[in-house]
Design a binder for this molecule. Structure first.
Ligand SMILES: Cc1cc2nc3c(=O)[nH]c(=O)nc-3n(C[C@H](O)[C@H](O)[C@H](O)COP(=O)(O)OP(=O)(O)OC[C@H]3O[C@@H](n4cnc5c(N)ncnc54)[C@H](O)[C@@H]3O)c2cc1C
Ligand SMILES: *[C@@H]1O[C@H](CO)[C@@H](O)[C@H](O)[C@H]1NC(C)=O
Ligand SMILES: *[C@@H]1O[C@H](CO)[C@@H](O)[C@H](O)[C@H]1NC(C)=O
Ligand SMILES: *[C@@H]1O[C@H](CO)[C@@H](O)[C@H](O)[C@H]1NC(C)=O
Ligand SMILES: *[C@@H]1O[C@H](CO)[C@@H](O)[C@H](O)[C@H]1NC(C)=O
Ligand SMILES: *[C@@H]1O[C@H](CO)[C@@H](O)[C@H](O)[C@H]1NC(C)=O
Ligand SMILES: *[C@@H]1O[C@H](CO)[C@@H](O)[C@H](O)[C@H]1NC(C)=O
Length: 501
């Protein structure tokens, strides 16, 4: 070992010792409110609780800021008086259900178990538009679909050859897809941004490809190609709330309880709430979104170690926004989906109708989705401006229709919401395997879980499910004294082929 390396190692050791030593709170002698605190009552939190309970650990409390379980499975009543329907503000689909008797999406299992109403959503059932109104460029649309598959195949080749990651854009170009028109860019957007909520430039080529494969491609370990859209008027959240009702006791959950600070050590945790109350426990599992962790909405004492902070800041919390309209009558497309190509990529591109024989006929509801930076842009605008812009786009799509005044209009601001700070995680090309391990690793008695910690299914509901199960089962083993497997941590993530500067 060189002198420099040795000094570096000693420094790293000293830093890690400082982190443990800074506030050596000894919780051992204090009476605890519970053995485990599960911070957040989304899918991860509920499944972590169920997993602990299955292993006989029942002394836990789910601590949730909102007044119900579900997290990003969240809906709203929308529409004019007498015409209200339940619309999903967050997650809406069970993605990639099951092929034959292959691996099943566990969310699909819960949806069936609790009779949540879902309907097949055919993403290829689409009408295409551009700045001139209706314009059939479906050939190009299907070409972009093939280009997307080619992109994922190219990523597999890179993995086989042990090549470094690159952006999705690099991947597209190297595999021969070079969109040069608004129509081609909109088609690409539909395949890529509409899934990852960020552009190919902002996303990892390799991780986006395995992310696609493990959910949608049964040939390479995925569930299958279907997308079931929840149209249950009790809300999609019913799948997880009904599951919670099968095991969760009233004293195992606290609602309206916003966590502001977490003090942790090797002997326990102290979780402080906004109203000044606090809870002591042997362990805590945070399931807060990485957006919450990134934005210091919760304070940690001692501060999280550098390796953890770097991992948290290295993944991205992307934003996906559905903008809802209700009209007196349906004047738009008969297909399930619509695609609009604007001069500006990502400007109000993907349209879905709920007023469709397969969904909520007669509802008068149609919605458009924006993602990424465009979502951040509209979140900072007043509702009236966003509404006017989208109505302008509808006028462009339907030049021969006098667009009526909508009966209702609404969109959620996921990025500004301090309980979420975005919609779901996306993997950038500078997020390495060691970052992923560090993101998930526990720090003393504080464990980390949630959608973003899922290697194969980051961003998805089933990612949240599997991560909750993993944390619950591992922690139960640890508590029962079997084996406390310390997650492996990389103090310094170094490049496999360092830059030469
Ligand atoms: C618009 C949108 C569309 C999506 N579409 C789909 C889809 O179609 N299919 C799919 O599979 N996935 C989809 N997802 C992703 C999916 O919803 C998430 O991956 C999943 O719900 C994450 O669950 P979680 O338990 O890890 O996190 P969360 O659901 O975020 O749970 C964390 C909980 O912590 C609570 N919390 C946060 N801060 C605090 C605090 N300080 N104190 C106390 N409590 C706090 C929150 O209220 C929340 O309940 C979508 C998400 C969004 C937002
Ligand atoms: C939480 O707050 C909501 C609204 O503020 C209230 O309706 C609900 O009863 C509260 N729930 C609990 C468990 O305190
Ligand atoms: C969309 O689906 C409907 C009903 O299944 C079918 O009649 C129609 O031909 C489809 N259109 C396209 C463009 O796929
Ligand atoms: C994704 O699936 C394709 C098959 O459709 C496969 O060729 C490719 O290697 C996979 N890519 C990754 C990154 O796993
Ligand atoms: C836990 O934190 C609260 C402040 O939020 C503090 O009053 C209390 O003393 C702490 N308990 C322990 C054991 O550290
Ligand atoms: C947790 O336990 C401590 C000590 O027994 C108690 O003071 C505190 O009120 C409890 N917290 C809650 C939220 O019940
Ligand atoms: C609580 O966390 C906030 C950051 O979110 C921090 O400013 C504050 O100092 C923390 N308070 C305590 C008592 O640690």
């Amino acid at each position: 070992m060189s002198f420099l390396k040795l000094t570096g190692a000693l420094l790293a050791l000293a830093t890690s010792l400082v982190h443990v030593a800074a506030t050596p709170v000894d919780f051992a002698s204090h009476p605890k409110n519970a053995t485990v605190l599960i911070l957040g009552g989304g899918v991860t939190g509920v499944i972590a609780a169920r997993s602990l309970a299955q292993k006989g650990i029942t002394s836990f409390i789910i601590v949730e800021a909102r007044s119900e379980l579900g997290g990003r499975a969240q809906d709203a009543k929308f529409g004019a008086k007498g015409k209200e329907v339940t619309v999903e503000l967050g997650c809406n689909w069970v993605q990639g259900t099951q092929t034959g008797d292959g691996l099943a999406n566990p969310i699909w299992g819960l949806v069936k178990k609790h009779n949540v109403k879902v309907q097949n959503n055919d993403w290829d059932n689409i009408t295409t538009y551009d700045m001139t109104g209706a314009n059939d460029y479906t050939d190009l649309f299907f070409e972009s679909e093939d280009a997307y598959t080619t992109l994922t195949v190219g990523a597999g080749t890179r993995v086989d050859k042990k090549l470094v990651d690159a952006t999705g854009r690099v991947g597209y170009a190297l595999t021969g897809w070079k969109p040069q028109t608004p129509q081609a860019r909109a088609s690409e957007y539909y395949q890529f941004d509409w899934e990852y909520a960020q552009t190919p430039e902002q996303s990892s080529w390799i991780a986006s490809s395995w992310g696609n494969n493990f959910t949608y491609d049964p040939d390479v370990g995925g569930f299958g190609g279907d997308n079931l859209m929840a149209i249950d008027q009790r809300g999609f959240k019913t799948f997880i709330q009904a599951e919670a009702a099968t095991f969760l006791k009233p004293n195992q959950v606290m609602f309206n309880s916003t966590v502001t600070n977490i003090t942790y050590s090797n002997s326990g945790v102290n979780v402080t709430l906004k109203d000044g109350r606090f809870l002591l426990a042997d362990y805590a599992i945070t399931t807060f979104s990485v957006g919450v962790l990134q934005n210091d909405d919760v304070g940690f004492s001692p501060p999280l170690p550098d390796w953890k902070e770097e991992a948290i800041q290295s993944i991205v919390m992307a934003t996906y926004t559905k903008i809802f309209f209700q009209f007196d009558h349906d004047f738009w497309f008969d297909t399930q989906m619509g695609l609009y190509a604007d001069e500006e990529r990502g400007r109000y591109p993907v349209w879905q109708t709920l007023d469709h024989v397969d969904f909520l006929p007669g509802s008068g509801v149609v919605f458009v989705t924006t993602t990424g930076d465009y979502s951040i842009r509209i979140e900072s605008l007043p509702d009236s401006q966003v509404k006017a812009e989208v109505l302008g786009v509808l006028q462009t799509m339907f030049p021969h229709v006098k667009i009526p005044e909508p009966l209702d209009f609404m969109f959620p601001r996921w990025n500004a919401n301090p309980l979420f700070r975005g919609s779901y995680s996306n993997w950038p090309p500078s997020f390495f395997s060691q970052h992923h391990q560090n993101l998930r690793a526990n720090v003393g008695r504080l464990w980390f879980s949630g959608e973003a910690m899922s290697l194969k299914y980051f961003g998805f509901l089933h990612g949240a499910y599997f991560e909750g199960e993993r944390a619950g089962f591992l922690l139960a083993e640890c508590i029962k004294g079997g084996s406390c497997v310390e997650d492996q941590v990389t103090q310094d993530v170094t490049n496999c082929a360092p830059y030469k500067i």
